[in-house]
Design a protein around this ligand. Structure first.
Ligand code: KG4
Ligand code: ZN
Length: 341
């Protein structure tokens, strides 16, 4: 019997992602980035919606073409229901619903945060080249989210901790902007940190109880520190850019590891699954790898770079997992900006 073919549509923020998956294998994975936001220092929702509308049909056509299938072979369509920006979500939802009606195939809705975690169930999507066993602790770190999630099964997730203010990616992007980088600045901080001395500058770690996070204080701390230094020395940033970037990442990695150690103690679960755009960061990846080398019983799953940031494949795999469990949705469903995990 033919294995079901699922198309996944992601449009929660500034990337239009469309992917086709069969048997947990990616047949195609198209992503159209919106460059327009670079100069604004963040995503402009109105512009993002408009560009999704301009790009989505082309992304779907491309995905079908490069999967080397005919659109009538697709068995179901999945799309991001939230969380995210409402305008961009509505564009994806409308397209997915029309596609489902036009081809007379079922509709599947996907929680974006869950999808980041479930991307590990795409074949060869992580550097481990294996699927994590349940239960595990998911650490989602992205532009919109910072959460520790206990994952008991594909769709049985329990949020153990969240950020109380800014997400990790958001604060990193704001710091990066101060350093003179375009949006999104996270990858630039990563790039410039490579030859830096990560012990040169010390920033205070936020004090937050339990498994919650806070990054807005940390962000202000770094910004104040840089402003102060710049008052005395105009070239402070120029001279110390690599060391600043490396030092910021060093503290962020420590914050994340501290919380994960706490979560491990609290739950007795030793399996950690990283997800989201910020998990592309080389310092964070390396810190978690050395953490697992020091503690042999810990297992760390790290996504390949193309599956860290937003993509259609994570929506398609989540759609496939729902399809296999008959978790279909009605055509009347509508996106939620604040969809809870
Ligand atoms: O998961 P994602 O693509 O979108 C959301 O769901 O929010 O994450 C985007 C975030 C941005 O804040 C971006 O700066 C950050 O991921 N990011 C990185 C790196 N690549 C992307 N942050 C640090 N180092 C990177 N290499
Ligand atoms: Zn995301």
């Amino acid at each position: 019997k033919k294995k079901p073919i699922i198309i996944g549509i992601e449009s929660s923020c500034d990337d239009t992602g469309v992917s086709i998956i069969q048997n947990r294998k990616v047949l195609s994975n198209i992503i159209i980035h919106q460059k327009i936001h670079n100069k604004y220092g963040g995503v402009v929702p109105e512009l993002a919606s408009r560009l999704h509308d301009q790009n989505i049909a082309r992304a779907v056509q491309k995905a079908i073409f490069s999967a080397k299938i005919h659109r009538y072979q697709i068995d179901a369509v999945s799309f991001t229901l939230g969380p995210g920006l409402i305008g961009p979500l509505l564009v994806g939802a409308s397209f997915a619903k029309s596609f489902s009606m036009g081809l007379d195939i079922p509709l599947l809705t996907v929680n974006h945060v869950q999808a980041h975690i479930l991307s590990h169930f795409i074949q060869n999507s992580n550097i481990n080249n294996s699927y994590p066993e349940f239960p595990f602790l998911g650490l989602v770190m992205s532009g919109g989210h910072t959460q520790i999630i206990k994952v008991n099964d594909f769709f049985k997730m329990e949020v153990l901790g969240s950020t109380l203010d800014d997400s990790i990616g958001e604060s990193l992007d704001k710091i990066a902007r101060m350093l003179g980088f375009c949006y999104p600045g996270g990858p630039m901080v990563d790039f410039f940190s490579k030859n830096g001395n990560e012990k040169k500058f010390v920033f205070s770690k936020p004090k937050v109880n339990g498994l919650n996070f806070s990054f807005s204080g940390f962000k202000s701390d770094v910004l104040q520190f840089i402003k102060k230094k710049l008052k005395r020395d105009n070239f402070f940033l120029k001279k110390n850019l690599s060391d600043i970037c490396a030092s910021i990442q060093n503290i962020i990695a420590e914050i994340l590891l501290d919380k994960i150690e706490k979560a491990i103690l609290q739950t007795g679960i030793f399996r950690i699954v990283l997800a989201g755009g910020v998990s592309a960061n080389h310092k964070i990846r390396n810190s978690f790898i050395s953490f697992s080398k020091k503690n042999k019983e810990f297992e760390i799953f790290i996504p390949k770079k193309e599956y860290t940031t937003d993509n259609g494949a994570m929506i398609a795999i989540t759609g496939l997992l729902k399809y296999e469990r008959n978790l279909f949705d009605s055509i009347h469903i509508t996106p939620y900006s604040k969809f809870k995990t």
